[in-house]
Every structure is written in structure tokens, then in C-alpha cells.
Design a binder for this molecule. Sequence first.
Ligand code: NAD
Length: 277
Amino acid sequence: MKKEELYRMYDFTGQTAVITGGGGVLGGEMAVTLAWMGANVAILDRCATLNEQITTAAAGAPGQLTLIHSDVLDTHVLQESADEVERAFGKVDILINAAGGNHPSATTTAEKSFFDLPTDALKFVFDLNLLGTILPCQVFGRQMAETKSGAILNISSMNAFRPLTRIPAYSAAKAGVSNFTQWLAVHMAQEYSPAIRVNAIAPGFLLGEQNRFLLTDAQTGELTPRGRTILTHTPMNRFGNPDDLLGAVLWLLSPAAAFVTGVVIPIDGGFAAFSGV
Ligand code: NAD
């Protein structure tokens, strides 16, 4: 294959990408990157405005970036968002499901045992991560089934391979996301088109707002014992950055991964490979 053809694989000009949770840290990073690679990007998020970091980083990009107020847990709202995306940019080529995360109320602590985790908190985490991935796939997957092409990227987590302590609902929900990724990959290829691919990434430990309270001390900023344990189990001996994900994201969405579907790629500094010895 010629160098020019290889480079062109990462040119997303004219494509439409929907990114749920694109107002957040990881989805925002992916949205900005895709806009710079030429795609028109619709961020579907509950947030009222995009933070300045995202808008500044996307300024001047060849692709447009727009925020559509939406809710990944409401099919009716998602359908309205899909209509809005189609009016603005046409049919969707790429769906990234980046709305998700853990919640402190569903996390065990010295004061709050597993037995006392509130049902509402558990449901919140299950729904946001699992249902919040499945419902957008129903709405935008239907469009891809009609056009017989598309790439879906889900965001799983390290804890899907082996659960992490203290976060039972988040671990189980992300295991569900990985399982659903495989299921939908097979379903779309067999029932609609082998040109509809469904994959996931499983980020390791990135220091962000959702886990900062677990990994660093709020007062001193020092690592907590949990933060230290993670680093001693990460051969690269650092937390990840959001831009560490981008190579795998672009690859999975591009024709360079044309024969790849149903995979969950760890991006974890070697955490999953290391036995600890
Ligand atoms: P984040 O909290 O920064 O962003 C999540 C975004 O989702 C927010 O903008 C929020 O407004 C939006 N959102 C929440 N509920 C919504 C709803 N019902 N409808 C639409 N939007 C909604 O989180 P992040 O760190 O960017 O994480 C993104 C994904 O990556 C999540 O699935 C998370 O579980 C996963 N992940 C993150 C890490 C990490 O270390 N940051 C590691 C592994 C996996």
C-alpha cells in the first residue's frame, strides 16, 4: 500500500461523528481530534455549554463541532438528537459512546459497606454506563443499518477484565459494555453489513475528576494507598493522559481497522499484562 493511501485512512473529511458525553474529558478530547481530522462532530451531552478548553482546542479545525443537548438514557430525546444531527451534517458514520462514569455514592468506603450501597446509586451507575451505551447504539445503529456502513466505539474499562475493589456496579457495568460490544459487532455484521464495525477501548488509569477522589488525597494531592498500588502494578509507572487514547481511537474508527470488529483494546500502560510479580 502506498504512503498516501495509508495517510488518507486517517482523513475523516466529510464524515459525521456523534460523541455522547463529548462534553467530558475523554469524549471532548476525541471530539476535538476528529474535528481536526476533518469530521463534522455532534457532541450529545447533558451539559448546557461546552467548556472553553474544548471550544478553544477545536477553533480553526476543518470539521465543525456542535453541541446538542441530549440524554443517553432517553430514546425519545436521542431520536430528536439524531434528527438534529441529520439536518446539520447528514447521516452518521461514527458513534462514540463516551457518556459514562462511576459515582461516589456507588463506591464502598470504610464507613459505607457493600451491603449498604443504595439501590438508586447502583442503578444510576448501571444505567449510565450500560444502558447509556445500548440506547444510542439502537438509535444511531438503525441509521448505520440503513446506510450499511459505520463504526461504533464504546468505552469500557480495565475493570471489565478483572473487577477493581470498591466499585462493584461500575466494574459490572463496564464488563457489560465489553460483552455488549462483542454482541453488537456480531449482530451488525451478520444481520446488516460487515461494513458496520463495533469495537471498544478499555482505558487504564487516567487521573480525572471521576476518580481523583480515589487516587489522590483531596487536601495534599499526594497519592492515596490505592493510587500507589495502581502505579506499582503499571509497568509504565504513570497514570495515562486522555491523549494516550487517541491513536487507538482513530485506528478503530478508520479503514485501517476494516477487518477489526468486536475487540476491546486495553490502553493501560501494561496494567492488564502485569501479574504483579
Ligand atoms: P467525564 O465525567 O469527564 O464525562 C462524561 C460526560 O458524560 C459529561 O460531559 C457528562 O455531562 C456526560 N453525561 C453524563 N450523563 C449523561 C447523560 N445521561 N446523557 C448525556 N451525557 C451525559 O468522564 P470521562 O473521564 O471523560 O469518561 C468518559 C468515559 O470513559 C466513561 O464511560 C468512563 O467510564 C470511561 N473511562 C474513563 C476513565 C478515566 O480514567 N477517565 C477510565 C476508564 C474508562
